[in-house]
Design a protein around this ligand. Structure first.
Ligand code: FNR
Length: 423
C-alpha cells in the first residue's frame, strides 16, 4: 500500500490541472479557514474548551514533547496500515470520533462525515448528541464500519433502547463516554449564553426514539409543578421556532402540540447520570452482545478496574480538553494505561491528534488506534463531505509517510523504541 505517495501524487497532479485541495493541509491554516466558515456561536461551541483551555493546550504539548527517532535501510516499500479491533480489520488505525451537534458545522451534519468516513473505510463513532438519527446515518454509510457512542441517560429504558437501536444498525461496538456526565465549564459558550440542546439541536437520537417519545408524552400529560412558562420576547419566540424546526414532523402540528419544547425539557432532565458506578456496567452487558468500550479513561487504576469488570476496550481521552481545565494531556495518560492493559484489550486514544505524525506517536506509546474530532469537523465546515474526507485522507497519508520514512512497515507493530521524550 502506498497511501501517502498516492495522496500526494493525486494532489500534485490535480494542481497541474489548476485544481487546489478542498482544505488546507496545515493544521493552523485549517483552523483559520474553519473559524471563517462557522458562525461565531458554532465556532465557540466546537473550538472552545473548558476554563482557560489549558487542558487543550496540554494535549498538544504532550504530543510536542515526544519525538520520533527514524531508522534507515529497512525495506519499507510495502507498508501495512491495517489494524484489527474486535475481530474487524480496518484499513488504518484512524477512527472518526463522536462529535455532537454537527448541524452547527454544516447543513449535512452527520451525513457529511458519515460519507467521508465510509469512503475511506474509517469507522465513524455515531454520537448520542447527533443531529441525524443513527438509522439514517448507518443507512447512508451502506455497511461501512460504524460504532455507537452512548451518553448514559438517567432513564434505564432509554439506555436500553439506544443500545438496541445501535445494535440493529450494525454498529461494531458501544462506546460509553464517562467524562461528560455534567457539562464542563466552558467560558466561550457561557459568554455567548448558547447551548445548542436548548434550541433543540443535537437531540435527534432522542426525538427519534420511542421510549423518549413516551417520556415526552408523560411530561405533557403531567407537567412538573415547577415547570415555568418562559417570558414572551423576540428571543423566546425565536428559540421556540428553532426548537420546532428541529423537531421531526409537521411544523404547525408540533407548534400546537408543545412537543418540541417538552422534548428539550425532557432531554435536559434525562441526559445523563452522575451517580453512575462500575456496578452499572452490568446493566449494559445484559442489554448488548456488542463490545463495550469506555471513553474518558485517564488513570491506570481505572484501566485496571475496567479489566476487572470485563470491559472490551478503552479510549484514553479527555474530551479534547472540554471538560476539566488544568488536566493532564491525554497522550501523557496513555503509557501507564497501555502498560496495565498489556495488550489484553484494545486501547485507543484521542484529544489533540492533528496529524499523521501525532498518530504515529500515539501508536508508538501503546495505542492500537486513534480518533480525531475537531479536525474533521473543521474540514466539514470548510468544504462539507469533501472537506471531511480530505482531512481524514491527509492524516492517513502523512501517517503512512512518517511510518515508512522512520523505518517501519506495519502500523500494528510500533513500539516505544520508535520515540523518545524531548530533553
Ligand atoms: C466532542 N466530543 C464528544 N464525545 C462524545 O463522546 N460524544 C459527543 O457527543 C461529543 N461531542 C463533541 C462535540 C464537539 C464539538 C467536540 C469538539 C468534541 C469529544 C470527541 O469525541 C473527542 O473525544 C475529541 O473531539 C477528540 O479530540 P480532538 O480530536 O477534537 O482534539
Amino acid at each position: 500500500m502506498n497511501f501517502g505517495r498516492d495522496t500526494q501524487s493525486a494532489i500534485y497532479r490535480a494542481g497541474a490541472q489548476g485544481q487546489r485541495p478542498p482544505v488546507p493541509a496545515a493544521w493552523e491554516e485549517l483552523e483559520r479557514a474553519a473559524r471563517l466558515a462557522m458562525s461565531p456561536a458554532a465556532w465557540a461551541y466546537v473550538a472552545g474548551s473548558s476554563g482557560s483551555e489549558r487542558t487543550a493546550d496540554t494535549n498538544r504539548a504532550a504530543f510536542d514533547a515526544v519525538r520520533i527517532v527514524p531508522r534507515v535501510l529497512r525495506d519499507v516499500s510495502q507498508r501495512d496500515l491495517s489494524v484489527e479491533i474486535f475481530g474487524h480489520r480496518y484499513p488504518t488505525p484512524l477512527l472518526a470520533a463522536p462529535v455532537g451537534v454537527l448541524e452547527l458545522v454544516h447543513p449535512l451534519a452527520d451525513l457529511a462525515i458519515a460519507r467521508a468516513a465510509a469512503a475511506l473505510g474509517v469507522p465513524y463513532v455515531l454520537s448520542s448528541q447527533a443531529s441525524v438519527p443513527m438509522e439514517t446515518v448507518a443507512a447512508e454509510m451502506g455497511g461501512a464500519p460504524h460504532w455507537f457512542q452512548l451518553y448514559w441517560s438517567s432513564d434505564d429504558d432509554l439506555v436500553a433502547s439506544f443500545v438496541e437501536r445501535a445494535e440493529a444498525t450494525g454498529a461494531h461496538a458501544i462506546v460509553v463516554t464517562l467524562d461528560t456526565h455534567m457539562l464542563g465549564w466552558r467560558p466561550r459558550d457561557l459568554d455567548a449564553a448558547f447551548l445548542p440542546f436548548i434550541h433543540g439541536q443535537g437531540i435527534a437520537q432522542y426525538t427519534s426514539d420511542p421510549i423518549f417519545d413516551r417520556l415526552v408524552t408523560r411530561r405533557l400529560e403531567n407537567p412538573p409543578p415547577t415547570a415555568s412558562k418562559p417570558r414572551v420576547s423576540p428571543a423566546t419566540l425565536r428559540t421556540l421556532v428553532n426548537m420546532t424546526n428541529n423537531y421531526p414532523g409537521q411544523f404547525f402540528r408540533n407548534l400546537r402540540s408543545g412537543r418540541p419544547r417538552a422534548a428539550v425539557e425532557t432531554f435536559l432532565e434525562v441526559f445523563s447520570r452522575s451517580s453512575l458506578t462500575w456496578a452499572n456496567l452490568m446493566f449494559l452487558r445484559e442489554h448488548t452482545s456488542l463490545p463495550i468500550v469506555l471513553k474518558g479513561i485517564q488513570h491506570a487504576d481505572d484501566a485496571r478496574l475496567a479489566l476487572d469488570h470485563g470491559v472490551d476496550g478503552l479510549i484514553v481521552s479527555n474530551h479534547a480538553g472540554r471538560q476539566i481545565d488544568g488536566a493532564i494531556g491525554s497522550l501523557d495518560a496513555l503509557p501507564s494505561v497501555a502498560e496495565v492493559v498489556n495488550g489484553r484489550i484494545p486501547v485507543l486514544l484521542d484529544s489533540g491528534v492533528r496529524s499523521g505524525s501525532d498518530m504515529f506517536k500515539a501508536l508508538a506509546l501503546g495505542a492500537d488506534a486513534v480518533l480525531v474530532g475537531r479536525p474533521y469537523a473543521y474540514g466539514m465546515s470548510v468544504a462539507g463531505t469533501a472537506g471531511a474526507e480530505a482531512v481524514l485522507r491527509n492524516i492517513i497519508a502523512e501517517f503512512d509517510l512518517v511510518l515508512g520514512l522512520s523505518g517501519h512497515s506495519a502500523a500494528g507493530t510500533l513500539s516505544s523504541d520508535a520515540v523518545v521524550r524531548a530533553g
